[in-house]
Design a binder for this molecule. Structure first.
Ligand SMILES: *Cc1c(COP(=O)(O)O)cnc(C)c1O
Length: 393
């Protein structure tokens, strides 16, 4: 829990770390060690038996990683956090921990491409089935719940179509059936949206994106109730082993200190670019939370602001979409998001290429759809680059 009820701007800098414990070091030290020595054989026995607190081996716990996990838990108002080597290590550890053969997972329609790949693998190898739901009405959720539904898995905003799902509605229904709700909060970060406060049970993050924020680390985070995270830590995390390195944990601790100020700038830029695109003749649709075209959605209680990612459709073909990307000067063609640099990508042929075409179309991922992650540059420069590239199609 966030001690002293600190604001998130303070918590990202201070929670989980006390310099007194570390010889006064202002920034957390990197404990770059694989294992920890025991003073005696008996101490080793007590540590393994769980009778004495202390470190054993870095796959089971590391002091630098622990600071990150405690800080992240405090930001999401969770009892415990766990860090992983990637967002997918976090997602897979959670989904494997929650399910067994013949179970069922109910998902929002629209998922990160590799999460979709994982679900397909779980189905083929372990007969864990899944269904998709728009989750836009109570009925659309209830009709897809089965006796064997082991969890509900939600992304909001949905990547890359930026559709929003009412998390409180999903959580309220899930409670009736006693089914845990997992939310991928990568796009929003705890600065913009805190699913646990809305009644969801587990939050996963690709920390590669906004949490790290500098495009230099691949990492994942999970937060939730202590009992469930204890079980993940002792099963899928320990025995599959997708743990984060102490150095990468340190990079995240460093990046996180500026999360709130970065998010505000990402949001400022994305809002501005979305409104400029809405008025451009070569653009047929803009998808961004709270933008003019999506105003009917009253999600302002769920999300503080719209985030840094927007998508848009151009009047034209796949070739025209590629022409736009090819004529940008400083905006970078790259997957990923949440970096200082503005990044642009073509979901149908990149992040979501693994999804069969008909499913992809159902999800709204057309050949004309382009996703942009607004960076921290001056919005005028981002817009100038986009506008001159649009003039080439
Ligand atoms: C990037 C991403 C992931 C996967 O995270 P990695 O760190 O690349 O493994 C999962 N979900 C969402 C929404 C993402 O954007």
């Amino acid at each position: 829990m966030k001690k002293d009820n600190q604001h998130i701007e303070t918590a990202v800098i201070h929670q989980g770390y006390d310099a007194k414990d570390m010889l006064g070091s202002l920034t957390p030290p990197i404990f770059q060690t694989s294992t920890f020595t025991f003073a005696t054989a008996e101490q080793g026995e007590r540590r393994f038996a769980g009778e004495e607190e202390g470190y054993i081996y870095s796959r089971l716990g590391n002091p630098t990683v622990k600071i990150l996990e405690e800080r992240m838990a405090s930001l999401e108002q969770a009892e415990r956090g766990l860090a992983f080597a990637s967002g997918m290590a976090a997602v897979s550890s959670v989904l494997i921990a929650l399910t067994k053969a013949n179970d069922h997972i109910l998902c929002s329609s629209g998922l990160y491409g590799c999460t979709y790949g994982l679900l397909t693998m779980l189905q083929e190898k372990y007969q864990i089935s899944h269904d998709f739901s728009l989750m836009d009405t109570e009925e659309s959720i209830r009709e897809k719940i089965k006796p064997e539904t082991a969890c509900i898995y939600v992304e909001t905003p949905i990547n890359p179509t930026i559709r929003l799902i009412n998390l409180k509605m999903v959580a309220d229904i899930a409670k009736e059936y006693n089914i845990p709700v997992v939310v991928d909060n990568t796009f929003s970060t705890p600065y913009l949206q805190r699913p646990l406060e809305l009644g969801c049970d587990i939050v996963v993050h690709s920390a590669t994106k906004y949490i790290g924020g500098h495009g230099d680390v691949i990492a994942g985070l999970v937060v939730g109730k202590k009992a469930f995270l204890d079980s993940v830590s002792m099963t899928t995390q320990k025995d599959i082993g997708g743990i984060i390195s102490p150095f990468d944990a340190w990079l995240l601790l460093r990046g996180m200190k500026t999360l709130p100020i970065r998010m505000d700038r990402h949001c400022d830029n994305a809002e501005k670019i979305a409104s400029m695109l809405e008025n451009h003749p070569k653009i047929s649709a803009v998808y961004y939370p709270f933008s003019a075209q999506m105003k009917e959605q009253h999600f302002d209680k769920q999300m503080r602001r719209g985030g840094g990612v927007l998508s848009f459709e151009i009047n034209g073909s796949k070739k025209d979409a590629q022409t736009l990307l090819n004529h940008l000067t400083f905006i970078k063609i790259a997957v990923s998001l949440g970096d200082a640099e503005t990044l642009i990508e073509h979901p149908a042929t990149m992040t979501h290429a693994v999804i069969p075409e008909n499913t992809r179309m159902e999800m709204g991922i057309t050949d004309q759809l382009i996703r942009l992650s607004a960076g921290l540059e001056a919005w005028e420069d981002i817009w100038y680059d986009l506008e001159q590239a649009l003039s080439k199609i």
